[in-house]
Design a protein around this ligand. Sequence first.
Ligand SMILES: NC(=O)c1ccc[n+]([C@@H]2O[C@H](COP(=O)([O-])OP(=O)(O)OC[C@H]3O[C@@H](n4cnc5c(N)ncnc54)[C@H](OP(=O)(O)O)[C@@H]3O)[C@@H](O)[C@H]2O)c1
Length: 233
Amino acid sequence: MPDQGAVVVVGGTRAIGFEIAKHYAETGHEVVLTGQSRETVDAALAALDGRATGLVFDLAEPGSIAPALAPVGPVHHLVLVAIDRDQNAIREYDIPGATRLTTLKLVGYAEVVHALLDRLDESSSIVMFGGQARFLPYVGSTTVTTVNGGVEGLTRALVHELKPIRVNCIHPGIVGNSPYWENRQAALDATRARTPTGRLVTMADIVAATAFLLESPALNGVELRVDGGLHAT
Ligand SMILES: NC(=O)c1ccc[n+]([C@@H]2O[C@H](COP(=O)([O-])OP(=O)(O)OC[C@H]3O[C@@H](n4cnc5c(N)ncnc54)[C@H](OP(=O)(O)O)[C@@H]3O)[C@@H](O)[C@H]2O)c1
């Protein structure tokens, strides 16, 4: 029997966020997914055969978030997945790109929580997405590495401020079957070779790990690395 309240997936139109929305829709939960445009949201809702509702807002425009979330009712699980990747190296620093991603993940994620606070209750839980670039930077990951570290800071702040609401974050490794990695075979092969399990993380792995964080009553303030053990090598 589904719990009271919706599962809200911010960045649920495609890839990992869509798979999370699909998992909860298929298990009978009320699902609200969000994206940046009416077209991407409607396409995701059609792919779910209407088993979810959708909202449109830009996380990088934080002032637009609260009005856009007004139609949402009680929220049981909130998942903040969205990213608009910023390829940015410190030697060629691009301020607009850095500002957009930093605003999106750090101010935008925080504002979604703030805007929905009156619809969360003591049993609600939140999962926010970082990524392994937080621990394994590469040239071009200046902003991505920074915001993924910021997601951890935000997680700890919210655990403290929102108790007893549980707040966790997840750092996926390279998710081999996610669309971003299509046509990047060399990077996938190199990662698989370095990963102790000898396999790449899948979107299904991330859905399972997200559900584990959302639904386990004792998990709070966890920064979960889901990377097949790459971080331990
Ligand atoms: N894929 C990986 O291998 C990997 C590895 C490590 C970490 N991660 C993390 O996992 C999460 C999901 O990654 P993914 O590859 O599944 O993402 P993705 O395919 O790039 O999907 C991004 C989602 O975010 C939404 N979005 C983008 N910019 C937005 C904005 N400004 N405002 C509101 N929504 C916005 C998109 O909506 P539209 O469709 O409307 O644009 C879409 O729903 C990210 O936080 C990423 O950092 C992924």
